[in-house]
Design a protein. Structure first.
Length: 139
């Protein structure tokens, strides 16, 4: 006997598993990656850490971290099928605060580069100085 999903009068599902929704909304490429992220504590549903099998409903607040970015989205539609990018964007609405915070952090990352940029490679004398410095030799 096939398992049926709970659906509303309009035919849209009323509840969807969190890992399945994240995959359908194209936050993660596969459901396995979505599941791993949830289990690693990178995804919070309504302010609490949750399991991949948690069933979410409309209006749920989902916070997730992808790389350097942290997003807070509100579930506006439910789907258990993965569609194109336009359909995926209609499944959620990112909060204004989340967008502002991501833009600020991106600007900070750009302002503070991780390594020193040199216009040229070190010459022989500079390489020797670097080696001496790394070995702890001083003159």
């Amino acid at each position: 006997m096939p398992k049926t999903l709970p659906v509303s009068v309009s035919g849209a599902p009323t509840k969807v598993r969190l890992d399945k929704w994240l995959w359908a909304a194209r936050f993660y490429k596969t459901r396995t990656i979505a599941k791993q992220s949830i289990q690693a504590g990178k995804v919070y549903c309504d302010g609490a850490r949750s399991k991949p099998s948690k069933e979410i409903t409309l209006g749920a607040h989902v916070s997730l971290r992808q790389g350097f970015d942290e997003k807070t989205v509100i579930v506006s539609e439910l789907s258990h099928k993965r569609g194109n990018a336009l359909e995926a964007q209609s499944l959620y609405e990112e909060t204004a605060e989340s967008i502002k915070r991501r833009e600020e952090r991106a600007a900070q990352r750009k302002a503070h580069s991780r390594h020193w940029h040199s216009p040229t490679r070190p010459n022989k004398k500079q390489r020797r100085l670097i080696q001496r410095f790394k070995q702890g030799k001083t003159d």
